[in-house]
Design a protein around this ligand. Structure first.
Ligand SMILES: Cc1ncc(COP(=O)(O)O)c(C=O)c1O
Length: 377
């Protein structure tokens, strides 16, 4: 049990997940690629309009799969933001590639598209973008660079399922995109993820990589009469029990998004005047981006004020949290990567994320915003 009256996160849970899990068990296949795995994949393929989705054990694993599919090796370079979760870099470092850390924009906290070209060398093999808080990166510019230099883009869309950039779903721009269903995300199976494959020619190899380097998927479809080891790979297939759980939430995806929009708007509308008066930043959503309402944050005026507000809310039983530490300054980042990112360093000290989960009530949000407005900045 969390010691907080209002925790930072409560995993989404409707109750119908249990019925689905029971059904998956009764169907008699609880390993991967059973009834519910296919339901989840088809659901995402239909909504996003993409050629193939493979449900995986995590977003981290989907990123590892994309690094394998891009055939990355020692000496290759990958451009990615320093302001992101470890896995965005680790998945590529695992193949021996060097992360080149790119700085972020002050407004969206997304990779600064204007700095990407300056980092490209003849060793650059991928550009990895993270749609922070599900707000789209500047994909027009990024795709132009990708085409100009013939360097594939991978979208780490851990936060951004159902977000859009200029009317097109996030996750549909890169050669590959990855999703997370970790318990902190809008939709969850506890742990879980997905690899989105936007270029058909990679589907067959992706299935092999996901199935321990074997052609088992083709065998199960009856296309070959036995399966064998054909490539490198690992165990990235997720149990059908978890997919059954996840699918119950997909069945109500519009309810989830509607409620999360209300939560986000409540914070924004109740904090906007206070934020303007006190020079506090609130999330910036370009008008051509539809956000999936994953996160609500404040940009505080100083590290000290941020820490004081976190402590103050904690003393009232409310957990608010900071976010990523710059990867280019991390022990491993210094050892295997490269880059100077001053905006990342500045912004990572100022950000404070507020409690945000489906079951949070208006009374709880009122308590949080009243306390914040009473806090002396
Ligand atoms: C941007 C980003 N990428 C990747 C991940 C890893 O996701 P997972 O826990 O599903 O491996 C996270 C985790 O929150 C994340 O924030």
């Amino acid at each position: 049990m969390t010691p907080y009256k209002i925790p930072f996160n409560k995993p989404l849970f409707f109750g119908s997940e249990i019925e689905n899990v029971k059904d998956a068990i009764e169907r008699g296949q609880i390993s991967g690629d059973g009834y519910y795995s296919k339901k989840c994949q088809e659901f995402l393929e239909n909504i996003l309009g993409v050629p193939k989705v493979l449900i995986t054990t995590s977003c981290t694993h989907a990123l590892e799969m994309s690094a394998i599919l891009l055939e990355l090796k020692a000496g290759d370079e990958v451009i990615l933001p320093s302001y992101t979760f470890v896995s965005t870099a680790n998945a590529f470092a695992l193949r021996g590639a060097t992360p080149l850390f790119c700085d972020i924009r002050r407004d969206t906290l997304n990779i600064d598209e204007n700095l990407i070209e300056g980092l490209i060398t003849e060793r650059t093999k991928a550009i990895v973008v993270v749609h922070y808080a599900g707000v789209g990166c500047e994909m027009d510019t990024i795709l132009n660079i990708s085409q100009k230099y013939n360097i594939p883009v991978v979208e780490d869309n851990a936060h951004g399922l159902f977000g859009k950039y200029k009317g097109k779903y996030l996750g549909t721009f890169g050669r590959f995109a990855t999703q997370s269903f970790h318990e902190t995300k809008n939709f969850t199976s506890g742990e879980g993820g997905a690899l989105i494959i936007n270029n058909k020619e990679f589907i067959q190899r992706a299935e092999i990589v996901r199935e321990k380097g074997t052609n088992r998927s083709r065998f199960f479809r009856g296309e070959i009469d036995k399966y064998t080891w054909v490539d490198i790979g690992s165990s990235y297939v997720i149990s059908d029990i978890l997919c059954a759980y996840l699918y119950a939430q997909f069945e109500r995806w519009q309810d989830v998004q509607k409620k999360r929009k209300e939560i986000w708007n409540y914070y924004y509308n109740n904090l906007k005047d206070w934020a303007d008066e006190n020079r506090i930043g609130l999330p910036f959503i370009p008008d051509y981006c539809d956000q999936p309402y994953h996160m609500f944050y404040l940009i505080m005026p100083s590290l000290q004020k941020r820490q004081e507000l976190i402590e103050y809310l904690k003393s009232k039983g409310i957990l608010s949290v900071f976010h990523y530490q710059p990867l280019h300054l991390s022990e491993m980042g210094i050892r295997v990567g490269n880059g100077k990112c001053s905006v990342t360093e500045a912004m990572s000290k100022l950000i404070l994320r507020l409690p945000f989960y489906f079951s949070i009530g208006v009374e709880e949000q009122k308590e949080i915003t009243d306390l914040i407005k009473a806090f002396k900045v």
